[in-house]
Design a protein around this ligand. Structure first.
Ligand SMILES: Nc1ncnc2c1ncn2[C@@H]1O[C@H](COP(=O)(O)OP(=O)(O)O)[C@@H](O)[C@H]1O
Ligand SMILES: [Mg+2]
Length: 231
């Protein structure tokens, strides 16, 4: 049996204290398998984004464990955790905005800057990623000057430029019209299929969830259902 790319064990996450405390996750255990596509669905407020943030090492749990390739994140210090996140994960999140005033190329190169890749290599790899998403001709444009769908494609180029093992997407089609949303969705699944990148997607979109190999449903901070989708 192959090792899980990511595993969480009895994860709890509470926000606030005392009377203001809210238990957003109340004991979640999950293994993400290598190269799978996993949808996380459920009503608004059920804990989907909280779970994804913990899986992606963007936040620490109140209790429970997060393991990345079998390594417990609890034992990893902040700086190294940041390097791990940058090296292993790509993000397609609405809240990870592009720098609107920087060029498309600079936006896509950012993870490589963090990783310490030399400038010529950064440029080459960022241009390759943009080319793959059909945006090579926009490299010099300011991010702000693109359409919504193009911006989301730049976000995907930035997510894959580091050749991550896992791409996390939180409502990747949420703010897009249905045609553009379908296009973005197609690109994510192409990457998943062609580069065998593990895909973890939070979505309200049934079509998007149906394309994933496995679906977990969150309800009130717990996993209420797990279903395998036939290939
Ligand atoms: N930083 C925070 N502070 C306080 N409450 C939060 C915070 N983040 C999320 N919550 C609460 O935790 C619950 C789960 O949120 P979230 O994981 O974002 O749900 P979902 O993504 O399923 O809509 C919600 O009730 C939300 O209001
Ligand atoms: Mg959410």
């Amino acid at each position: 049996m192959s090792e899980a790319v990511l595993e969480v064990r009895d994860l709890h996450k509470s926000y606030g204290n005392g009377a203001d405390r809210f238990d957003a996750l109340r004991g979640v255990s999950l293994r993400v398998k290598p190269q799978e596509s996993l949808a996380i669905v459920g009503k608004s407020g059920s804990g989907k984004s909280t779970l994804m943030h913990l899986l992606a090492l963007l936040d620490r749990p109140t209790s429970g464990d997060v393991l990345v390739s079998g390594r417990n994140a609890r034992d990893v210090r902040g700086g190294e955790l940041n390097r791990m996140r940058n090296a292993e994960f790509g993000f397609v999140f609405q809240q990870f905005f592009l720098n609107a005033h920087a060029s498309v190329l600079d936006n896509v190169m950012l993870p490589l800057v963090i990783a310490g890749v030399s400038r010529p290599k950064r440029k080459q790899r960022a241009l390759e990623a943009l080319d793959r998403l059909g945006l090579a001709d926009k490299a010099r444009n300011r991010a702000n000057d693109l359409s919504g769908g193009q911006k989301q494609r730049v976000v995907i180029a930035r997510a894959l430029v580091n050749e991550p093992r896992v791409i996390f997407a939180d409502e990747p089609t949420g703010n897009l019209d249905s045609t553009t949303g379908a296009e973005v969705e197609g690109m994510l699944f192409d990457l998943h299929r062609e580069q065998r990148i593990t895909l973890v997607v939070v979505t309200h979109d049934d079509d998007l969830a149906a394309r994933c190999e496995r679906r977990i449903t969150m309800r009130d901070g717990l996993i209420s259902d797990v279903s395998e989708v036939a290939a």
